[in-house]
Design a protein around this ligand. Structure first.
Ligand code: PGA
Length: 257
C-alpha cells in the first residue's frame, strides 16, 4: 500500500476478546466517540470475526474494519473457515495475515500465509502480513534470514500492482503479548531491512514508500518513540487496543506526529 501523504496506521487486533458482543459494542462505541479528534491517522479495528457484521452497520463513517485471519479459498468444504470475499461482504477492508500466534500455536506455515495473501488481495482486501523473529539471541544473520524468508515467501507471486495493498507488520515474537517491547533503534534497523528485501524483490521506489508497522507490547508509553524513531508508519496493537482510554491516547499521539 503506497501512500502519498504520511498517514499513520493504527491497527487494533482484539484477538479472541471480548467474550460477548455486548462488551465488544461498548468498546467500539467508546473508541468511536473520540474519532473526530483524530487527524492523519487511519484506524483499523479488527474484532473477532463473528462481530464484524454488527460493527460494519454501526461503524460506517469513521474507522475501517479488518479481519484477524482469513482462509485461502473463498468458498468450499472447509469447516470453520472464513473466505476473504465473505469478510469483505460484511465490511472488512483489511486482513491480518500470518500473525505469530497463528504461526506458533496453530501451525501456520509461510506457504499457508502466502496462499492467504494471494486470496485476500484477489478479494480486494488490504493485507497486513505479520513477520518477526522468535528470538534475538545468537547469530543476527540467522534471525534476519528467518524474517527474510517470511517476507519472501509471504509475498511470492504478489505483483507490483497488488503490492500497493500490502502492509508488513514487524512483530518480533518475543515482544508479542510479553512485557518487553523492542527498542525503536532496533525496530528502525528491521524496518530498513524489510524495505531492503522489498527493494530486492520489486524496486527501490516501491520500497521507500512501503508501509511497515511495529507490533509487540506497544502501548501509550512507548508509542511516540516507535512512531518517531522506529522508522515505521504505524502500530499493530494487541492488549493496548482493548483499553479504550489507552487506545485513544495512542491514536492521539499518532495524529500529532
Ligand atoms: P500485544 O500484541 O500488543 O498485546 O503485544 C500485539 C499483536 O499481537 O499484534
Amino acid at each position: 500500500m503506497i501512500r502519498n501523504t504520511k498517514r499513520q496506521l493504527i491497527v487494533a487486533n482484539w484477538k479472541c476478546n471480548p467474550s460477548a458482543l455486548r462488551e465488544a459494542e461498548r468498546l467500539f462505541a467508546v473508541i468511536k466517540k473520540a474519532a473526530p479528534r483524530y487527524k492523519n491517522v487511519d484506524v483499523i479495528i479488527c474484532p473477532p470475526s463473528v462481530f464484524l457484521f454488527s460493527f460494519s452497520i454501526k461503524g460506517k463513517s469513521s474507522f475501517k474494519l479488518g479481519i484477524q485471519d482469513i482462509f485461502w479459498e473463498d468458498t468450499g468444504a472447509y469447516t470453520g473457515a472464513i473466505g476473504p470475499r465473505m469478510a469483505r461482504s460484511v465490511g472488512a477492508s483489511y486482513a491480518i495475515i500470518g500473525h505469530s500466534e497463528r504461526r506458533e500455536r496453530l501451525g501456520e506455515t509461510n506457504e499457508m500465509t502466502q496462499a492467504k495473501m494471494e486470496a485476500a488481495l484477489a478479494a480486494g482486501l488490504r493485507a497486513i502480513l505479520c513477520v518477526g523473529e522468535k528470538s534475538r539471541e545468537g547469530d543476527a544473520a540467522e534471525y534476519a534470514a528467518f524474517v527474510k524468508e517470511e517476507v519472501q515467501i509471504g509475498l511470492r507471486g504478489i505483483t507490483k500492482q497488488a503490492l500497493k495493498n500490502v502492509i508488513i507488520a514487524y512483530e518480533p515474537i518475543w515482544a508479542v503479548g510479553s512485557d518487553e517491547a523492542d527498542v525503536p533503534e532496533r525496530t528502525l534497523e528491521m524496518a530498513l531491512y524489510i524495505r531492503k528485501i522489498i527493494a530486492d524483490m520489486y524496486d527501490r521506489s516501491i520500497a521507500q514508500a512501503f508501509p511497515v508497522l511495529y507490533g509487540g507490547s506497544a502501548n501509550a508509553a512507548n508509542a511516540r518513540a516507535f512512531l518517531r524513531d522506529g522508522g515505521v508508519d504505524g502500530l499493530l496493537l494487541g492488549r493496548a487496543s482493548l483499553n479504550a482510554k489507552e487506545f485513544g491516547k495512542i491514536v492521539e499521539i499518532a495524529s500529532e506526529l
